[in-house]
Design a protein around this ligand. Structure first.
Ligand code: NAD
Length: 328
């Protein structure tokens, strides 16, 4: 059980000040009893710009940030390849960590983070933001209480066009986007027992990673599940599958959609603002800082879930490579 923080104000530091830091900074500002103390970013022009925008300190090194006694919790918001390095630095300095998804580049990396957090009695929470959306939480309750009957199928769909210059900042959609699908499935209905996947690259001119991937799975209870992750094209049709999670059971079904709340102004990389997406980060940050750090709650999606999600991603990669069905 991690130490509980009972200071009047929990201090937060950000490592990495790219796009996603904007949503995290807004979420911290809206969390009662929490304050963004400062940030560190590798590129100092960006660091100055964001520190001014967020009204916080700009540290000259990550070591200086993690050693500031005013900081209790650190958000790791850099590229995937550096998550382990900065998570290790923060946990070793005695700070709680929220690390963006995909949490690590391999199962071993995520296991190391979980082990380090346990050794230091600290919380290391994966940035699995979608599960903090209220309709996901209601869906889980309906499943757990048996109100939906026997679950027969689960669908997680993602169709948001990303121009090449945005997509190339990330790995392909298997690692970058299917991670969301994997932890959502684990949260709602549990682990698949077997899986097969396919991918394609359809609209990039130079970037060689895939811009669309699909996965079929058999779950432990015999139900089937399907994932689609695409940066290739938007879905403009009626009732679009921009981001949609559907669970169908013998006694009822549920749907979560990004399109339930839309504001006509640009989001980070989206042409419109999908309110539920930003709201999920706000709820996630509040859960981490208030429910977990102040009141000792467990994250809704844990580092063990991050490890299983990573195993699902690696199984999808193996299936694509071998053209096979992989047993988990
Ligand atoms: N939860 C979500 O819905 C969501 C959405 C977008 C991004 N993310 C995740 O957030 C993280 C950052 O994504 P972003 O969209 O802000 O990307 P970004 O490209 O806008 O920012 C990445 C930041 O990492 C820094 N960085 C890159 N390589 C580094 C290195 N070697 N050492 C130190 N710093 C380095 C860059 O300076 C930059 O500030 C990624 O892990 C991404 O998967 C999550």
């Amino acid at each position: 059980m991690a130490k509980i923080l009972n200071k009047p104000e929990i201090g937060v530091g950000l490592i990495g000040a790219g796009d996603i830091s904007i949503l995290h900074a807004r979420a911290i500002a809206k969390t009662h009893g929490a304050k963004l103390v400062g940030l560190w970013n590798r590129n100092q022009d960006r660091a100055h710009q964001r520190a001014t925008e967020f009204g916080c300190r700009n540290y000259s090194t990550p070591v200086e940030l993690v050693n500031d006694p005013a900081i209790d919790a650190i958000f790791i918001l850099t590229n995937l390849e550096t998550h382990l390095e900065y998570t290790r630095l923060a946990l070793t300095a005695g700070k709680h960590v929220l690390v963006e998804k995909p949490v690590g580049a391999s199962v071993a990396e995520i296991e190391e983070m979980r082990e380090l957090a346990n050794q230091h009695d600290l919380i290391c929470m994966p940035g699995h933001n979608y599960v903090y959306e209220s309709s996901m939480i209601r869906t889980k309750e309906l499943i757990e209480t048996g109100e939906l009957g026997q679950i027969v199928s689960a669908y997680v769909m993602y169709n948001i066009h990303h121009p090449e210059e945005v997509a190339r900042r990330y790995p392909g959609v298997v690692r970058q986007i299917l991670t969301h699908h994997s932890y959502i499935l684990l949260y709602l209905v549990g682990q698949p027992v077997e899986l097969c996947a396919m991918k394609a690259t359809l609209h990039y001119q130079e970037y060689t990673e895939e811009d669309i991937a699909m996965v079929q799975m058999r779950l432990a209870n015999g139900a089937l599940a399907h994932f689609c992750a695409s940066f290739a094209a938007d879905d403009h049709a009626a009732d679009p599958w921009t981001v949609m999670v559907k669970i169908i059971g013998t006694a009822g079904s549920t749907r979560y959609s990004y399109r339930d709340h839309v504001e006509i102004k640009p989001g980070l990389v989206h042409s419109q603002t999908y309110t539920a997406y930003q709201g999920s980060i706000r709820n996630e940050v509040r859960h981490f800082l208030v429910d977990c750090l102040r009141h000792g709650a467990n994250p809704l999606s844990s580092m063990s879930d991050a490890i299983t999600a990573q195993k699902m991603i690696e199984a999808a990669e193996k299936s694509i490579h071998d053209k096979s069905i992989v047993t988990l």
